[in-house]
Design a protein around this ligand. Structure first.
Ligand SMILES: [Fe+2]
Length: 269
């Protein structure tokens, strides 16, 4: 399959057959679809880069870095970017295609991707993967924040889940939020404005978070979770909603890594 025409077939095979499947063990917001999305977004940013920038980028380094950026989550969320760097440097298979300097670039890209890290990524690869990792579609951002909370803090009441998600949204995406954007030609800047317009009215933002929470927890997977005591679907929120579409169902079965997400902040850091 020729999914990334700019790179060698064997590297592409390694990305899709070896690296991406490792994400199947991570928390619901960071499964294989997350790795695939970051690869696609990174390559899209590469293709749309101004000529002078694109000519300085090795697409193979970028594709592998995008694929491997979250591998450190195998050891939990805390310091996952550092652990991704260690995993990449120890991956002997990469030495077949990349020299030591290139592997170092891939590892540094993973180390630099974390949104809560305020320092500017050291290379264009770090900037692209960081940007590709944080699609700021309002609905997706709210949904992922809630899913993380439901997975990480199943004991929380619905209203606490909503408040926790709301606090995170302001902390990260608010006017003084810690999120920084690095790639001027990405669509994130415009989407951030849209999200901030919603956050400008706290009541409206809360209602939207509650609506999406209701949608997530109204699906059959929620009933599954309810039976297993994972969380309550009887939200004390308006608009209990109907069954959520299949692609929006959360996985309530306990992830083997659910207890390995040690800090109090929601997922996308
Ligand atoms: Fe990521």
């Amino acid at each position: 399959m020729d999914r990334i025409p700019e790179i060698r077939q064997e590297t592409e095979d390694y990305i899709y057959n070896v690296i991406v499947p490792k994400y199947s063990a991570f928390d619901p917001a960071h499964r294989e679809d997350h790795a695939l999305a970051v690869i696609d977004n990174s390559m899209d940013l590469y293709r749309k880069a101004p000529d002078g920038v694109r000519s300085g980028i090795n697409p193979e380094i970028l594709a592998v870095a995008a694929a491997a950026h979250d591998l450190g989550r195998i050891h939990g969320k805390k310091d996952h970017h550092i652990n991704s760097g260690i995993i990449i440097r120890n991956d002997t298979a990469l030495r077949e295609w990349f020299d030591r300097e290139q592997i170092e670039l891939i590892a540094q890209t993973a180390e630099d991707h974390r949104a809560s890290r305020q320092a500017e990524p050291r290379s264009i690869y770090g900037k692209i993967v960081s940007e590709a990792d944080r699609l700021i579609d309002t609905d997706t951002v709210i949904r992922r924040t809630l899913m993380y909370g439901i997975d990480r803090y199943p004991e929380m009441s619905p209203s606490d889940q909503i408040d926790r998600a709301l606090d995170h949204l302001y902390e990260k995406y608010g006017e003084d939020g810690y999120l920084q954007l690095w790639i001027p030609w990405s669509g994130n800047a415009l989407q951030l404005l849209e999200l901030r317009a919603l956050l400008a009215d706290r009541e409206a933002a809360k209602a939207e978070v509650a609506r999406i929470y209701s949608e997530i927890t109204a699906g059959p997977d929620c009933m599954e979770g309810k039976r297993s005591g994972r969380h309550s679907c009887e939200a004390e929120i308006p608009d209990s909603g109907t069954e959520c579409p299949p692609d929006r169902r959360i996985h309530t079965a306990a992830s083997p890594y659910s207890n390995m997400l040690p800090d109090s902040h929601p997922e996308q850091r």
